[in-house]
Design a binder for this molecule. Structure first.
Ligand code: E4P
Length: 271
């Protein structure tokens, strides 16, 4: 317990309610702002606001991605999901909201409705000719009073597509690692090839590794140069987990209690 915990002691004279408990219970009202410069950016891949509520207090979540399938699973209207996430989590650097249309004009019309929801809404567009035309338009216009409209070009499966998306001015591109692996080519190697190509050419577009289904691939994507990863909640939860940490902690807790017991016995003998 640090100094900020002890500070509350005098305000709470009830001896059965220790300052530690008092301090911890006040945590619920804390507002956490995750630093924008935090390394290893992690977005949560979900359309369920409860998933974000549960994990945002870890201070590890930098953004959120959704897609039409995730919105369908939430059982809610897409615009309500985006509105709720944006108003409850204004500090997120990006909330991807995907347009669904077959031509660039309709994509732009949808994007205009979406990006006015909040400053941190990122327009997610498919990596097709129409999607990239819309991306180029959105990247060049600025109707938000000085702030660039951010875009996420999704369903990227080749370096060629990543090159075109960068030329269209995409803020992020999403290579779908898991779906590459499902189709017998390496998603991690795709992330590496795109990241290297962008680095050689000094491209600003960020590589957002998506479709990640296990912790191992998350680490490998960062090692391969990904700027951001987006994780299903279950994979995020496993990022902390290691069997040796759990086993080691069990031993430390057991030994701590044994030592405490021994000290109490020694104290009783002294009395
Ligand atoms: C990313 O933006 C997508 O929403 C997501 O990662 C797709 O993952 P999946 O291939 O497991 O559906």
């Amino acid at each position: 317990m640090g100094a900020s915990g002890r500070r509350f002691e005098s305000y709470h004279p009830d001896s059965s309610f220790t300052y530690e408990v008092y301090y911890l219970t006040t945590m619920t009202s804390f507002t956490i702002e995750v630093p924008k410069e935090q390394p290893f950016k992690i977005f949560l891949d979900t359309g369920d606001i409860e998933d974000i509520r549960k994990r945002y207090p870890t201070a590890m979540i930098n953004g959120v991605t959704t897609n039409p399938t995730l919105i369908m699973k939430s059982g809610r209207k897409a615009v309500d999901v985006y509105n709720d996430i944006a108003s409850e989590f204004p500090y997120l650097e990006s909330i991807s909201a995907e347009v669904v249309a077959d031509n660039y004009k309709d994509m732009i019309y949808q994007a205009v409705d979406l990006y006015t929801i909040a400053e941190n809404i990122t327009i997610k567009l498919p990596c097709t000719v129409e999607g990239l035309k819309a991306c180029a338009y959105l990247s060049s216009v600025d109707n938000t009073g000085g702030k660039k409209i951010t875009t996420n070009v999704t369903l990227v499966f080749s370096v060629a597509q990543a090159i075109m998306a960068a030329k269209a001015g995409a803020t992020y591109i999403s290579p779908f690692v898991g779906r590459c692996n499902d189709n017998s080519f390496s998603g991690v190697e795709l992330v590496r090839a795109i990241s290297n190509t962008y680095r050689i050419h000094g491209v600003d577009t960020k590589v957002l590794a998506a479709s990640l289904r296990d912790v191992h691939h998350v680490s490998r994507c960062f090692a391969a140069g990904a700027d951001v990863v987006t994780l299903p909640p279950k994979v995020f939860d496993k990022m902390y987990d290691h069997v040796l940490t759990r086993e080691g902690l069990d031993i430390f807790n057991r030994d701590y209690n044994t030592a405490l017991h021994q000290q109490r016995l020694a104290l009783q003998q002294d009395l």
